[in-house]
Design a protein around this ligand. Structure first.
Ligand code: CTP
Length: 227
């Protein structure tokens, strides 16, 4: 089933959690996979929005669809919730920071003792929030939710657990320990698992090729859902 009449929301890149005015916690996500997915979605869908954390300007420059810049995981959650509507496809390729400093210092933390401890608190899980909102809000009927799992060990078990716990329609497993897969590369190796127990292995390929393959799979799944 074509994505032509569906809004596609793609997230990508890291988030940033400030410790003080000059330091933050983040991760190595480049936003390349998200941008490739948004590019591919734009070719098929009437409405694509790419919500991204702090990424290199080249990732979003000249993109022919709407881009929304966010900084923290809480900002990303608000932006995703603001864009969601019934029947939308949400592809969460972003790597949100799971924790943020319990307190953000307004002043630069000065170097004093030999050890420094920063208390962190858990950020909201965006996909779990989407799952509970979807269950409670009939206006979100028909949304199709795709997650990513970046893993280094026990990769399939973790991906399948996330598929279930985050109530996803599909999960794209990314074994970041493999050569050619992962954050800053232009290539990736992904295995897709679906809600219905399906599995699709993509060998090493460019993120652009992979994005097209993932969107083909989403269209297939939407087709079987409507039969
Ligand atoms: N994700 C999310 N909200 C978060 C963290 C992650 O929605 N606070 C989404 C990611 O965008 C991805 C999926 O959940 O689609 C899995 O992210 P990942 O970082 O692999 O897993 P976590 O749930 O953060 O678990 P862990 O870090 O323990 O592997």
């Amino acid at each position: 089933m074509s994505l032509r009449d569906r809004k596609v929301i793609v997230t990508g890149g890291p988030t940033r959690e400030w410790i003080d005015p000059v330091r933050y916690i983040s991760n190595a996500s480049s936003g390349k996979m998200g941008a490739a997915l948004a590019d591919a979605a734009h070719e098929r869908s009437a409405e694509t929005v790419f919500i991204h954390g702090p990424v290199d300007g080249s990732i979003i420059a000249g993109r022919p669809y709407r881009t929304v810049a966010v900084e923290s995981t809480e900002d990303l959650l608000d932006a995703v919730m603001g864009e969601l509507r019934g029947g939308a496809v949400l592809i969460m390729a972003a790597a949100p920071a799971d924790y943020r400093p319990a307190e953000r210092s307004g002043l630069k933390i000065k170097k004093k003792s030999d050890e420094l401890r920063i208390d962190l608190v858990k950020n909201p899980d965006i996909l779990k929030t989407v799952a509970s909102r979807k269950a409670a809000d009939p206006s979100l009927e028909g949304i199709f939710v795709v997650g990513f799992a970046a893993e280094t060990h026990d990769v399939e078990a973790y991906a399948l657990t996330k598929l279930k716990e985050k109530d996803l329609d599909m999960i794209c497993l990314n074994d970041v320990a493999k050569e050619g897969a992962g954050f800053s590369t232009d290539t990736n190796i992904v295995v897709v698992f679906t809600r219905g127990g399906g599995r699709l292995d993509f060998p090493l390929m460019t993120k652009k090729e992979l994005a097209a393959g993932i969107l083909d799979k989403i269209e297939d799944e939407l087709g079987t859902r409507n039969q």
